[in-house]
Design a protein around this ligand. Structure first.
Ligand SMILES: [Zn+2]
Length: 420
C-alpha cells in the first residue's frame, strides 16, 4: 500500500498512520525502499522531466552520533537509498535528477561526494563515509518541491555489514562478467572501442573539459576512421554519457564477439610525470609507479560509482583463464607494438616509454587482445592542446587504423602457429 501511495503521488510514504512519516531500523527501511523501487519502476516511465537539485538548499551535516543528508529537489521523483561496503558508501539513486555544477556542502564525516548519470534514465549520488553507519530514517517530504532527508547513525561493523550486504533488486543488477571460453569469429575482426569513464565517473578534468567527453568524442572519430577503411567491424561499449562498470565493458566485448578491445583514456597524473601518447597492455605488476597509480585510480573510480565487487576467482576459472592468456599475450604484445610503430610513423608525439604495462582491470579479458590507449595526459598543457585539436585527433585515429591493419595481417599469419 505504501508503495502505491508513493508512486501515485510521488509523495511521502509512511508506515502506519500519523503525521511522523518515519521508518525505523536500517534493514526495515532498506527492504521497504527496495519494494518501493520495484513498484515504482513501471510508473516512473511517465515522469520524463528530470528533477533539479537545489545545491544551496542541500547539504550533508554532521550530527551527534551520525549525519543527516538533506537534498532539495525541484519536484519529487522515485528514489532509493542504500549502503555499500569497501569503502563504506551511501548510495542514493533517482529517476532522474540533474545535480547541476554546484558542489554539495558536506561535513567532516564525508570523504567525498560524486554524482551523475549511472545509466540511461537514472542518476546516482555516492557519499563516501568515514566509517560504518546504518540508515536510521529516510523520507521524502513533498510540497512546493521535494526534500529528501536521510539520517545515518554511526554503527558497528556487524550492523553495517548486514545493511550493506542486502542483494541488489534484480532489475537494477548490471550484467555479470562473461564466461571465459574463446569465441571463434569469422569474417572481419570486430574492434570494440571502449570510451573510458562516463556518467557519474567523469575521469580526469582540465578546466571545463572532462576525460569522459574527450574519450567518447575520440571513440566516435576512431569508429568513423575504421569503418571508412573497411577492414574491420566496429562497436562501442558506450554511445552516450552513461556509467559502465569495468566488468560490464569486458562483458560487452565478449558478447559482441570482439576480436580486439581498445580502451580509450586521457588521464591526469602529477605535473611533469607524463605527457605524450602511451599504449598499455596487461601485467599484474605494472611497469612503473605512474602506471600503478593509473590502474588503482580507475579501479577506485569504479568502486566509488557504486559497483559491487564480486571477486571470487575460483581455481578452475583461474586455470582456464591462464591458458587463454598464454595464447593471447603474444598477440596482444604484437598489437601494441604495431600501434606504437604506426603512431611514431605518423609523427604522433609519444611518451618516452610509448608501450608500458599496467594492471588495468579493463584489460583482463583472457582471450581478446586488449590495450588501453592514453591519447595524452590532461595534466599536461601540451597534450591538452593536442587533445582538443580535431586535426591531431584525426591523425591519431588514422595511426591506430594503420597499426591495427598491420597487426591483423601479421596475426592472421602467425595465429595458426600458436595453437598446436
Ligand atoms: Zn581514464
Amino acid at each position: 500500500m505504501a508503495a502505491l501511495l508513493l508512486c501515485a503521488g510521488y509523495g511521502r510514504y509512511r508506515r502506519g498512520a500519523g503525521p511522523s512519516a518515519r521508518l525505523h531500523g536500517a534493514a526495515g527501511v532498506i527492504r521497504l525502499l527496495v519494494l518501493l523501487w520495484l513498484a515504482c519502476a513501471g510508473l516512473a516511465a511517465a515522469q520524463e522531466v528530470p528533477a533539479e537539485l537545489d545545491a544551496d538548499a542541500s547539504r550533508i551535516a554532521n550530527r551527534w552520533g551520525g549525519m543527516e543528508v538533506t537534498l532539495t529537489l525541484s519536484h519529487p521523483v522515485p528514489w532509493r537509498a542504500r549502503l555499500l561496503a569497501d569503502p563504506p558508501r551511501l548510495l542514493m539513486d533517482f529517476r532522474e535528477l540533474d545535480f547541476g555544477d554546484t558542489p554539495l556542502r558536506a561535513g567532516s564525516k564525508v570523504r567525498s561526494v560524486t554524482a551523475g548519470k549511472v545509466r540511461s534514465g537514472w542518476s546516482r549520488m555516492v557519499v563516501e563515509l568515514d566509517g560504518p553507519y546504518t540508515i536510521r530514517t529516510a523520507e521524502m517530504r513533498t510540497g512546493e518541491g521535494a526534500v529528501l532527508d536521510v539520517r545515518l547513525d554511526s554503527a558497528d561493523e556487524a550492523d553495517f555489514a548486514a545493511a550493506a550486504g542486502l542483494p541488489e533488486p534484480k532489475m537494477w543488477a548490471l550484467p555479470k562478467a562473461a564466461a571465459t571460453a574463446p569465441v571463434e569469429g569469422s569474417g572481419p575482426l570486430l574492434v570494440m572501442i571502449d570510451p573510458g569513464h562516463g556518467g557519474i565517473d567523469p575521469g580526469a578534468t582540465s578546466g571545463q573539459t572532462l576525460e569522459k567527453t574527450l574519450t567518447l568524442a575520440f571513440a566516435n572519430e576512431l569508429r568513423t576512421a575504421l569503418l571508412r577503411d573497411g577492414t574491420f567491424k566496429v562497436a562501442l561499449t558506450r554511445e552516450d554519457d552513461s556509467f559502465l562498470p569495468l566488468e560490464t565493458r569486458l562483458t560487452l566485448a565478449k558478447e559482441a564477439g570482439a576480436g580486439v578491445f581498445l580502451s580509450i583514456h586521457a588521464d591526469a597524473l602529477a605535473e611533469g610525470e607524463a605527457s605524450g601518447a602511451t599504449i598499455y597492455t596487461l601485467s599484474e605488476r605494472g611497469s612503473d609507479r605512474a602506471a600503478r597509480a593509473l590502474s588503482e585510480r580507475h579501479d577506485r573510480d569504479d568502486l566509488l560509482a557504486g559497483v559491487d565487487l564480486t571477486q571470487q576467482d575460483d581455481v578452475v576459472a583461474g586455470v582456464l583463464m591462464d591458458l587463454a592468456r598464454t595464447e593471447t599475450e603474444p598477440r596482444t604484445e604484437m598489437m601494441a607494438r604495431a600501434i606504437e610503430a604506426a603512431m611514431q610513423g605518423s609523427g604522433i608525439r609519444m611518451h618516452p616509454n610509448g608501450h608500458q604495462t599496467a594492471n588495468f582491470s579493463v584489460l583482463k579479458a583472457p582471450d581478446i587482445p586488449s590495450a588501453l590507449i592514453e591519447l595524452g595526459f590532461m595534466s599536461s598543457a601540451q597534450d591538452m592542446m593536442r587533445l582538443v585539436d580535431p586535426q591531431w585527433r584525426a591523425q591519431m585515429a588514422h595511426a591506430i587504423v594503420l597499426g591495427l591493419k598491420d597487426w591483423a595481417r601479421r596475426d592472421a599469419q602467425i595465429r595458426p602457429l600458436l595453437r598446436r
